[in-house]
Design a protein. Structure first.
Length: 121
C-alpha cells in the first residue's frame, strides 16, 4: 500500500488502451484510488510479479490484490454515483463469469484497441 493507504491500481503504462481506461476512470468514475504504471514501481512490494502485471490490471488494497475483472469491479466500486452498483454487479456471482470472459478478450487484444500509445520511458 502507499503511504496514504489509498488503494492502488497497477496497470500497463505502455498500453494505449490501458492509459485511455485509466484516464476514463480518473475523469468519469472519480475513484478514490492511485493509478500507477506497474513499470514505475516495485511490484514485489505489492506481492506481485512483473509477469502478473503484464497480463492483467491489479487493484491492491489492505485485503490484497485483485486481478482482471475483479480489479475493474473494485475500481468502479471505489467511484461515485452509478459506478458503485455497476462494480458490485460485475463482481456478483451471476455476472462475474461473463465479465471474466470479456476481460480476457479485451486483455488479449488490447494492443489493437483504441487509445494513444504512451511514450516508453
Amino acid at each position: 500500500m502507499t503511504s496514504s493507504d489509498r488503494p492502488v491500481v497497477l496497470f500497463d503504462g505502455r498500453c494505449g488502451f490501458c492509459a485511455w481506461s485509466v484516464q476514463f476512470a480518473q475523469q468519469r468514475v472519480d475513484a478514490d484510488v492511485e493509478f500507477l504504471p506497474y513499470q514505475s514501481v516495485d511490484v514485489a512490494a505489492y506481492g506481485l510479479t512483473d509477469q502478473q502485471c503484464a497480463e492483467a490490471v491489479y487493484f491492491v488494497d489492505t485485503s490484497g490484490a485483485r486481478p482482471g475483472e475483479l480489479a475493474v469491479a473494485a475500481i468502479l466500486q471505489s467511484g461515485r454515483g452509478v459506478w458503485k452498483p455497476l462494480g458490485r454487479l460485475i463482481a456478483s456471482p451471476a455476472v462475474r463469469p461473463l465479465a471474466a470472459g470479456v476481460y480476457r478478450v479485451v486483455a488479449r487484444h488490447r494492443g489493437r484497441l483504441w487509445g494513444v500509445r504512451p511514450p516508453i520511458s
